[in-house]
Structure formats: structure tokens, C-alpha cells
Design a protein around this ligand. Structure first.
Ligand SMILES: Nc1ncnc2c1ncn2[C@@H]1O[C@H](COP(=O)(O)OP(=O)(O)OP(=O)(O)O)[C@@H](O)[C@H]1O
Length: 300
């Protein structure tokens, strides 16, 4: 797959009456990347994903896949998992998935083999003859993911695919997303499980009030943040670190020093300085987690 499969959200805006759901929002999901789309409740994630799929129209702006505006043909190449889930409760799992695969253009034989492959992969093969509403919510969600995958989509757009899953199902879902991304498919999913997003995603976008407030790898998002270094050197005096290069603040209690580092500070030089004072029992760098970055962006 080539760059022609980039998903481009280009300056989309959407209002519901007086509510501005999306405000000139732009970003890209590149081929082969897993993009985590995060934001508070009501920030605009579902609205963006619905517009990306073409089930909701934007007031202005455009969504393109591989440079091509999302029309009916392009829509058939998108694997979508809606937040509200969209399965027929009384239809059997296998029949439903085959039907959806055929709707997306697969022959009956292709559809059957795709259904077998994905239900096995997602651990629901033995439920193929059961109606959807007889399954637990987590298993319904696995069926929903199978529905997004059976037609071998060129892009995956998943609205909160991990919510309500047990840890084993989270692992299965994660593996499938990684596997699909490795084949060059752009994958975007929304989630409030930020530890999972941090672990899984190549890049993350934080949306607030319909605008993208921060975007990049977790390391890039940390770029503007100062790291903190905790040093436990019981023999050190209170002022051992006062004049070290790259240190912007120091607090010292009972031999334990917390240093705030400027970007690019040389932590090894600081370790050498600490060792000059005697033994060092702890030397640990604390970098903000995605959850901490998220809180800062949302509070700003
Ligand atoms: N059909 C609708 N009619 C009116 N307002 C709507 C409608 N759908 C969404 N909104 C509003 O648009 C804004 C964005 O909602 P959206 O569902 O896209 O947010 P979200 O980020 O997906 O939230 P959550 O994390 O809670 O799922 C919110 O203020 C919401 O109340």
C-alpha cells in the first residue's frame, strides 16, 4: 500500500444548531500508522469519524482517502466501528458478517472465507450460529470489529473499540490493529483509555471543542514539557545540584532531591555530580504520561 492511502481530514467544520462540534479541524492518518484520537466527552471525536465515513456531512471542509473525496465507492473501502454499534440483534453472527461482506463487494465464497478467518482470529468462531443479542457485550464488540474487517478495508475508523472489553479481548483487539497497520492500512481509533493509547499508537491527536489542540508522537507531545529527575543521595548536601547546567529548579528533603530539567539537559553529567557526593540509591527520570499531557491540554 502506498501514500495514496493517507486519510486526510481537511478543514472540516460542523455545527448542530448553536453547538460548534468541529471547528476547522485538519489532520492526517498516514498509511501504516495507528492514530489515537482522544478528547473529553463531547470534544468532537464521533462527529469527526462519522464525517470521515461519509454518514454525516460536514458544513465545510473535505475528507479524502488517497487524495480522493469520500464518495460511495470510497466508503466501501472503509472499515468502520460505530460507537453506538450497528448490528442486527436478531440476525445470526455468521449470516450477518457474510451479508455485510457481500454488501462491500465480496463474492459469497470470499465472504464465507473472510467470516471464518475473522471469527477464528477474534475468538468468536463457536458463536457463528448464535444471534447477536444472545452474546455478551464484549463478544458483540468482537463481532462488530469482525464487521469492520471482513471486507479487507483500506482504512480502519473505530469509535471506542476498546470500551468494555476484558483484558484478553483488549490484547486481541490491539494485535489485530497492529497487524492491519503493518499491512499499510491507516488506523484511527478513539478512546478514553489513555494508557492503552500511549502503548499502542504511533501518533496521538488531542481534540478539544472541535479543534486539534496537540498532535504528534507521545515523545513529541512531551517535547515542550520539562522532565523531572528524582535523585536519592543520602550523603549529598542541600545545595549539591544548585548550579548544575540544565537544571531549572531543585527541591531537597532528607537526601532526596527533585530536579526539574530543561529540555536537552545532560542527565549523565548530573549523575556524575551526584556520585561525587557519595552513594546514589535512586536516580529516576519522570516523564509525563499521556494522561498527564491530556490533563494539561484539556485544562489550557
Ligand atoms: N445529533 C446531535 N445533535 C445535537 N448535538 C450533537 C449531536 N451529535 C453530537 N452533538 C454535539 O456535538 C458535540 C461533539 O459531540 P461528539 O459526539 O462528536 O463528541 P465525542 O468527542 O465523540 O464525545 P464522547 O467522548 O462523549 O463520545 C457535543 O457538544 C455534542 O453534544
Amino acid at each position: 500500500m502506498t501514500d495514496s492511502h493517507t486519510l486526510t481530514i481537511d478543514r472540516i467544520s460542523k455545527r448542530y444548531g448553536d453547538v460548534v462540534a468541529l471547528d476547522d479541524l485538519s489532520f492526517e492518518v498516514r498509511p501504516g500508522e495507528i492514530f489515537g484520537f482522544v478528547g473529553s466527552n463531547g470534544a468532537g471525536k464521533t462527529t469527526t469519524m462519522r464525517i470521515a465515513l461519509g454518514v454525516l456531512s460536514a458544513d465545510s471542509g473535505e475528507v479524502r482517502l488517497g487524495g480522493r473525496p469520500v464518495d460511495l465507492d470510497v466508503r466501501r473501502t472503509i472499515g468502520y466501528m460505530p460507537e453506538e454499534r450497528g448490528l442486527y440483534p436478531k440476525m445470526k453472527v455468521g449470516a450477518q458478517l457474510s451479508y455485510l461482506a457481500e454488501l462491500h463487494g465480496l463474492s459469497r465464497t470470499e465472504a464465507r472465507s473472510a467470516v471464518t478467518r475473522w471469527t477464528e482470529r477474534l475468538g468468536i468462531a463457536e458463536r457463528i450460529g448464535d444471534t447477536v443479542d444472545s452474546l455478551s457485550l464484549g463478544n458483540q464488540q468482537r463481532v462488530q470489529l469482525a464487521a469492520a474487517l471482513v471486507h479487507d478495508p483500506a482504512v480502519l475508523v473505530l469509535d471506542e473499540p476498546f470500551s468494555g472489553l476484558d483484558p484478553v479481548a483488549v490484547d486481541v483487539m490491539s494485535d489485530v490493529l497492529i497487524e492491519k497497520a503493518k499491512t499499510g492500512v491507516p488506523v484511527i481509533f478513539s478512546s478514553h483509555q489513555l494508557d492503552l493509547v500511549q502503548r499502542l499508537c504511533d501518533r496521538v491527536g488531542i481534540i478539544k471543542h472541535g479543534k486539534m489542540r496537540a498532535i504528534g508522537t507521545v515523545d513529541e507531545l512531551r517535547g515542550g514539557e520539562s522532565a523531572q529527575l528524582v535523585v536519592h543521595a543520602p550523603g549529598a548536601g542541600a545545595d549539591w545540584a544548585q548550579h548544575l547546567a540544565g537544571v531549572s529548579a531543585v527541591s531537597h528533603t532528607d537526601g532526596r532531591t527533585v530536579l526539574t530539567l530543561e529540555p536537552g539537559a545532560d542527565d549523565q553529567a548530573i549523575l556524575a555530580a551526584a556520585l561525587k557526593t557519595g552513594p546514589v540509591h535512586e536516580f529516576s527520570l519522570h516523564r509525563p504520561s499521556l494522561t498527564e499531557l491530556f490533563r494539561e491540554v484539556v485544562a489550557a
